[in-house]
Design a protein around this ligand. Structure first.
Ligand SMILES: NC(=O)C1=CN([C@@H]2O[C@H](COP(=O)(O)OP(=O)(O)OC[C@H]3O[C@@H](n4cnc5c(N)ncnc54)[C@H](OP(=O)(O)O)[C@@H]3O)[C@@H](O)[C@H]2O)C=CC1
Ligand SMILES: O=C(O)C1=N[C@H](C(=O)O)C[C@H](O)C1
Length: 250
């Protein structure tokens, strides 16, 4: 499978470069990033998707949400499947992704790890049982280089909880300058940034007499890379459509 890495110089781009170089059934044929000569990669790197000459089966994107238009345009013009792992998309950008998926396969997930995607499924079953007697809060922790807050994963987990409760919750981002007590329908979302934390998410169900806390820690970025590779293979031969990691893990 011929892969184009979009954002190839970044933390995730370089992890994927290392891992894919060890695979026999996958090959990075080109990369795109803002500084093409930053690393001595064993594939050509371009500063713009329009310059890519190579034949490509799938584009894996770990870059920045502002690059979405160019990623979708590449996929549509070249009929290439897209695995979009970047976070921080606006609602309008998410709509554009869905539009493009009418013509090509597009897989998008804010977290490519198996653990988080399993947790995402479990939350939809747990939240309706506990809601009413338990307050629900999410805390996420990431490294000090992360651009977007809260994390895409925290929002994905919040959306899974909210969907299971008929979208009745109100998201509260931190509680700075609040002067009133917590309402039952609040879902608090809190972001910590520091050092080299790869990615930690806690979902807390706090009741009057007991607290349930479900934690996930990514121990290295390899889990995200392996998930993106699995997603790319999953898209091979798929019809146009919008897919998530939930489709991949089944
Ligand atoms: N879904 C998942 O499982 C995961 C998602 N992520 C998400 O992936 C994204 C990248 O993460 P990470 O690798 O840590 O970030 P990095 O900042 O290390 O890498 C992003 C790379 O993309 C480049 N870039 C920025 N804008 C553009 C553009 N318009 N066109 C081409 N390249 C561009 C950056 O260049 P420059 O440095 O010059 O800005 C950088 O080299 C983030 O949104 C992050 O939240 C991260 C890990 C897991
Ligand atoms: O920027 C990161 O590093 C990560 N971003 C994703 C997110 O925003 O949820 C996933 C992961 O936690 C790492």
């Amino acid at each position: 499978m011929r892969v184009l890495l979009h954002g190839c110089n970044g933390r995730m781009g370089q992890v994927l470069t290392r891992i894919i170089s060890q695979l026999e059934d996958m090959n990075v044929v080109a990369g795109v990033d803002r500084e093409p000569n930053k690393y001595n990669n064993n594939y050509p790197v371009y500063d713009n998707l329009t310059k890519v000459q190579e034949e490509v089966d799938v584009l894996i994107d770990f870059s920045n949400h502002t690059a979405l238009d160019s990623v979708l345009e590449f996929g549509l013009k070249r009929n290439v499947a897209l695995v979009i792992c970047t976070t921080g998309f606006t609602p309008e950008e998410k709509t554009k992704m869905r539009e493009a998926s009418k013509n090509i396969p597009v897989l998008n997930s804010a977290n490519m790890s198996i653990g988080i995607n399993l947790l995402n499924k479990i939350l939809g079953q747990v939240a309706p049982v506990l809601y009413g007697d338990f307050d629900i809060e999410i805390i996420e922790k990431h490294h000090n280089q992360k651009l977007d807050s809260p994390s895409g994963t925290a929002l994905m987990l919040a959306d899974a909880i909210n969907a299971s409760l008929d979208n009745s919750l109100e998201y509260v981002y931190g509680r700075h300058s609040k002067t009133e007590k917590r309402q039952q329908n609040e879902l608090g979302i809190h972001a910590i940034r520091g050092g080299a934390i790869v990615g930690e998410h806690s979902v807390i169900f706090a009741g009057a007499g007991e607290v349930i806390e479900i934690n996930h820690s990514a121990l290295s970025r390899d889990v995200f890379a392996y998930g993106a590779i699995r997603a790319a293979k999953f898209l091979s031969g798929k019809e146009a459509g919008f897919y998530t990691m939930s489709d991949v893990i089944g």
